[in-house]
Write a protein that binds this ligand. Sequence first.
Ligand code: EPU
Length: 419
Amino acid sequence: MDKILIHGGRPLSGSIKISGSKNSALPILAATLLTREPCILHRVPDLSDTHYMLQILMHLGAQVERASGTVTVNAEKIESIAPYEVVRKMRASVCVLGPLLGRCKEATVSLPGGCVIGDRPIDLHLKGFEALGAAIRVEGGNVKVFAPKLTGAIINLTGKFGPTVLGTDNVMMAAVLAEGITVIEGAATEPEVVDLADFLNKMGAKIEGAGTRRLIIEGVKELHGAEHDIIPDRIEAGTFLVAGAIAGKGVTIKRVVREHVSSVTDALIACGYQIQWAENSITVSPNGAVKPLEIATEPYPGFPTDMQAQMCALLSTTEGISVITENIFPQRYMHVAELKRMGAHVQLEGSTAVIQGVERLFGAPVMASDLRASAALVLAGLKAEGRTEVSRVYHIDRGYEHLDEKLSELGAHIERVKA
Ligand code: EPU
């Protein structure tokens, strides 16, 4: 297994370009199953998660071509069963359920297994499919959804922890081919949901209200092929903004949508960093004294759960007491034990982390446990004294395109040791 070695303390400067969004690319790739015609997607990030999704599409019968960031999917003939061997590597495989149900009126997909960021049920996805008229059967570790026909319905998709991103995606993908009008109340408003709706509309779907809590979907008989550019990855952008804050003397990220990252830039400004915007780029620079912060994760446009671990690394080195509350995945704190091994002072009280900022962190061997936790360890390593060795780097490769190379471009002393 590859490792990443970081010699901390090198100031970062310069600029890097943000890749296409992982969490847009995954459901959009799944959406190509909704048509017999070829679809062309640009800026699909080169990640293990997008590779897994392409493998699933191929397993289902689609023909896939990939040339650098452009992926062409031709799903002329498909089947509707995705077994455990192909879906087990990635929880987001669950988002093939909606398009398979929409197009084939049945889908059997192995249930997503345990997940290190806590219990991640799909009850809301299933509730939506049921409302459209599907029957659901769970047997042998698989979920089977089937319906002689799908009929539009009014569905509320908000659960105990708020709206569901992939649940909204899934139900929207089934509803585009249902008969009549579907209204999804309590829909997720994340930019990735809007990107998917834009793509579906290019394919001939009739979706209104993307980006608001209410989606109105007028079912159509069939969809056609389309071409689409995946939006920039706001979480990769946020991660590099925090890298610039924790160890930078002026870092610019290019190809970013300003409003997609405003909760992160607001947090950095509140901490005392200087943020400058240009047309498609943002620069973060130190601006004298920094301050601790109190922050809570929320659905978009609030502070994203996918940036909580990285913020935790930054606040660990910010003098004073900071408080983070995790409202989306209350147990998403695997990075804390590892940050503590680097000298951070973090105390967990339920879903809240109380962080006493320390003057320095110290390099240590640490272990990545999930994607964003791993990113947090790399960020901490940039600031720490001495050498940090991050193992289980495959977690990082699931969701960051060339993270080590991009940090190296900014001047970090970072190398990947191939296993
Ligand atoms: N939830 C339910 N029932 C459901 C679905 C969700 O109770 O049927 C709960 C979840 O347990 C959680 C909350 O609702 O407490 C929100 O979960 P959501 O369904 O929105 O998460 P997701 O769609 O499975 C996506 C991203 C995650 C990101 C979350 C929240 C993808 C592929 N994944 O997951 O991204 O954290 O939304 O924004 O889009 C990551 O990229 O590292 C990552 C984990």
